[in-house]
Write a protein that binds this ligand. Structure first.
Ligand code: 5GP
Length: 217
């Protein structure tokens, strides 16, 4: 089949009222709506795990988790691939490694992208690599990371991104596996932060204007 571009969330999607779900009271007033409930993220991740297994199953793979925002998606995705591996003849042998990137201050992307730790990715040479990221906005981060990873000559590189934003200034760089395509709104939760806040929220939510002010640096 054609490329799976993910569950498309339209520009007009208002999200769900916060009153319909549980979330920590320390964030009351800081959020506008629940954009993608945790359960939907889990169900979509389960399907992505199957798609990845169908494509990469049988090949030793190095999972490269992009921190910090990617940790939750990576953990849940790996967990589901493990479940598939122990319940069928078809398995995906994985090792997991981490890389940390930072480019955002407040809700703005900054020009300089820092790769922190694991600058030496020589362990990727000749390997099948699955890069796992939480969100692709302009795609600049992904492009820079791909260039960095390619320099170590892996056998094959695939990218899984939970969220891809519909933006006009996209670099054209898109993940091979996409969870959701979302409008150009700043989202938090499920390990996505705003100045380190909201990582401890399980749903993906839209931050409110007062929330932005409260946690601005
Ligand atoms: P890009 O280089 O694709 O423009 O930006 C990607 C990075 O910006 C992501 O890895 C993420 O750290 C951050 N980012 C982009 N959009 C959002 C968003 O809506 N919420 C959060 N929390 N981070 C975002």
């Amino acid at each position: 089949g054609g490329k799976d571009e993910g569950i498309v969330i339209n520009d007009g999607w208002p999200g769900y009222s916060l009153d319909l779900f549980n979330y920590p009271t320390h964030y009351s007033g800081d959020l506008e709506c629940v954009y993608i409930p945790h359960g939907v993220i889990m169900d979509r991740t389960e399907r992505l795990a199957r798609n990845i297994m169908d494509d990469l199953g049988g090949h030793d793979t190095v999972v490269l988790c992009v921190l910090k925002a990617g940790y939750q998606f990576c953990a849940d995705l790996v967990e589901r691939i493990k479940t598939l591996s122990r319940n069928s003849e078809h398995t995906l042998p994985m090792s997991v490694n981490f890389i940390r990137l930072k480019s955002y201050v407040n809700d703005q992307s900054t020009e300089d992208l820092h790769i922190i730790g694991a600058e030496d990715l020589s362990f990727l040479t000749g390997k099948n690599v699955l890069i796992v990221e939480a969100i692709v906005d302009t795609g600049k981060t992904m492009k820079t990371l791909l260039k960095h990873v390619e320099a170590f000559r892996p056998k094959n590189i695939k990218v899984a991104g939970l969220l891809v934003k519909r933006v006009t200034n996209s670099s054209g760089c898109l993940p091979d596996y996409v969870g959701f395509e979302i409008p150009n709104r700043f989202v938090v939760g499920y390990a996505l932060d705003y100045n380190e806040y909201f990582r401890d929220l399980n749903h993906i939510c839209v931050i409110s204007e007062s929330g932005k002010l409260k946690y601005k640096v």
